[in-house]
Structures are given as C-alpha cells and as structure tokens.
Design a protein around this ligand. Structure first.
Ligand code: 9MR
Length: 346
C-alpha cells in the first residue's frame, strides 16, 4: 500500500473512531419516564400493583422503570396483614415495599380501616365498643409501626361515606360511632409521626354531597387538632358518566383547608369494545385529570390503579367494561399514555 493510501485508510479509521465516540452525544436521548416528568413538577406519578403480578417479568420491568411511586392494591389490607386475631403477616406488603425500594419509588400505604376485605374473624362475630376499639388500635399501630419510615402516606380510613354524604354503616361506624375516624388518625399518628395521614374515597372528584361530607369532616378534625393531613381522591371514572369538570376547584378547596390532596386510584373505564374515538376521549380525560393536579400546588401526585388493562380490577367487577388504563393488555402504551406524557411536558 502506498503512503497516501495508508494516510487515507488511517484518516478513515480516525473518522470512524471519532464518529463512534461521538455517537452517544448525537443519539436520541432516552425519553423521560412518567415518574421523571412528574418529579420536575415536584409531584409523583405512580401505579398500584398486586403481588400475583410479581411473576410477570415484562410487567415488572415497566412498573419499576416508568413510575416513581407505587401502592399495594391489596397487600396491606386487613385480611392480608392480620388474617387471624393478633397474628400479623407482612409478607405480601414487604414484597411490594422491597420492589419499590429497589426502584427508588415512594409507597402509599393502603389501607388501615375499611369496611371491605376484612378477615372473617373480625366480621363473623359481635364486638362490644370496648373490644373493637382495642382490636382497631392494635391493628392500626402494629401495621403502621411495621412500615414506619417506608411509606409516605397512609390511607387511614377508606370509603367512610355514602353517596349522599351520610356515614357508611360499616362495622366500625355501627359499633363505635363517627368518632372512630378521629381515633384511627390519632393512633396512626402515634405509631408514625412522619407518614401523612389520609382519608380516601371514590366519587369525590367533583363538588357534591359526598365530597362536601369530607370537606366538613376534615375542617372539624383540623379544628379539633386531629392529625389529618391528606385527602385521597380515588378517581375511578367511567366514560359513560362524564368528566368531573370541577375536579381542580374541588382539590383546591381541600388544599385551602390545609391538607394535601392526592389522586390515589385513577382509572377511566368504558363499555367494551373500545373504539379509537373512545380511547381518544379517555386520553383527554387522563390529561385533564393530571392537569388539574398540576394546577394545585398541594396536589402531591397521581397514582393509576395499576397501569395495564392486563391487570385491571374493572372487568371482574363491571362485566362488559374495561380498557381503563394507559397501557393495553399487551403492555403497549395507549393514547392515554401519550396524553399524560404531553401534559407532564414530555
Ligand atoms: O384493586 C383491588 C382489587 O384487586 C380487589 O379485588 C378489590 C376488592 O374490593 O379492591 C380493589 O381496590 C379497591 C381499593 O382498595 C379501594 N378503592 C376501590 C378499589 C377497586 O375496588
């Protein structure tokens, strides 16, 4: 090979090497995840999860990468954590917390006092008020102490009101009267002074009798010095029932009471089969809901009630309905996913 040919070959090799070295700088940057985009607004974007899903590697990969927060869908409920009186089992909850920790995710604790998913030992006998108070206090404090420092929030009382704003006649209400809510909050606070304590419910997206009941209750609890620090708006919507246009105003009035607000279980179901136009409407609704949270400084984040239609609770509870989440059953992002990204600035 002549000298000039040598030089040409050499310079080609240098250019190639330089080109390769420069490649990472010119390559498309990795798109920000929903969790990262939300963090820029000082909020989190999360997904609920459930232990049976932990065998699905593709599912876990997205759960761990895309979201900055998780909520165990069932693992911390009473039936799971205290299956026999005084016998506690934190296996399922610990599994979710360990996953979250490994993926730098915040965890919301869900839930301590709820009328549903209670163990049989609790529901299948009558309790005096004194007995039930002791059982409730022990349950709350044992669970909260176990997760101390590991959860940012507790849904201390879940779904305490009926649609008309009257108290739900749960075991706790019937036996202890409405004062069980303040007591539950005080007991939880004694066990973990740092977790933010929430009341959480569905159909409280807009202003109406049910959210008014929470407004009045939280105002009273604050006046009485009870440690209530957050209002959880679950956000289980359905296309056929319309979008709660005043969700931002509703969030703001709770913020003005001095509590934070979180969207805790967002999903938007529809009658199947889903059409492109229904999915487009769903995308707008997700975007508008997230926008409302972004507009309220004390709205701390949004959690969707799992992220894929593969594991949504909807089809089993509302036959003929579904397609409620931003990813389809094959873990492919739907229009809703892209709409949420856009609102978050992605
Ligand atoms: O996602 C939960 C599902 O796996 C359970 O079967 C169901 C039982 O009621 O509870 C679901 O989660 C609920 C949440 O704990 C409270 N708000 C309503 C949610 C949907 O039912």
């Amino acid at each position: 090979m002549s000298l000039s040919r040598h030089l040409i070959a050499l310079s080609a090799a240098v250019c190639l090497a330089a080109g390769l070295a420069a490649a990472p700088a010119t390559a498309e940057p990795r798109p920000r995840t929903l969790g990262e985009l939300a963090r820029k607004h000082h909020k989190y974007f999360g997904s609920a999860t459930d232990n049976p899903e932990f065998t699905d590697a593709a599912y876990l990969k997205l759960l761990g990468s895309e979201f900055g927060q998780t909520t165990p869908g069932n693992a911390m409920k009473w039936y799971a954590t205290e299956p026999e009186r005084g016998v506690f089992d934190f296996t399922a909850g610990d599994e979710v917390v360990a996953f979250a920790k490994a993926h730098h995710q915040k965890v919301r604790g869900h839930t301590l006092v709820w009328h549903s998913q209670l163990p049989a030992w609790l529901t299948e006998r009558d309790w005096t008020a004194e007995e039930l108070r002791a059982v409730l206090k022990n349950h709350i404090q044992t669970v909260v102490r176990h997760y101390k420092g590991q959860v940012i929030h507790w849904d201390v009382v879940n779904e305490a009101f009926n649609e008309d704003g009257t108290y739900r006649e749960s075991l706790f209400y019937k036996t202890l009267g409405p004062g069980y809510i303040a007591e539950a909050l005080r007991w939880a606070h004694e066990a973990d002074r740092h977790a933010k304590l929430y009341l959480n419910d569905y159909n409280v997206d807009g202003i109406g009798p049910k959210s008014d009941a929470y407004y009045t209750l939280i105002k009273q609890l604050k006046a009485d010095g009870v440690p209530v620090e957050g209002f959880g708006i679950q956000g289980h919507l359905a296309l056929q029932y319309g979008f709660p246009a005043d969700v931002r105003q509703n969030m703001q009035r709770f913020a003005d009471l001095g509590v934070e607000v979180a969207v805790t279980e967002l999903d938007i179901r529809m009658n199947l089969p889903a059409t492109p136009s229904m999915l487009a409407t769903q995308a707008t609704w997700y975007a508008d809901y997230v926008k409302a949270c972004l507009a309220v400084r004390k709205c701390v984040g949004v959690t969707i009630w799992d992220y894929t239609d593969k594991y949504s609770w909807i089809p089993s509870v509302f036959p003929g309905e579904g397609a409620a989440l931003p990813y389809d059953e094959n873990l492919r992002p739907k229009p809703a996913y892209h709409a949420i990204r856009e609102v978050l600035g992605g």
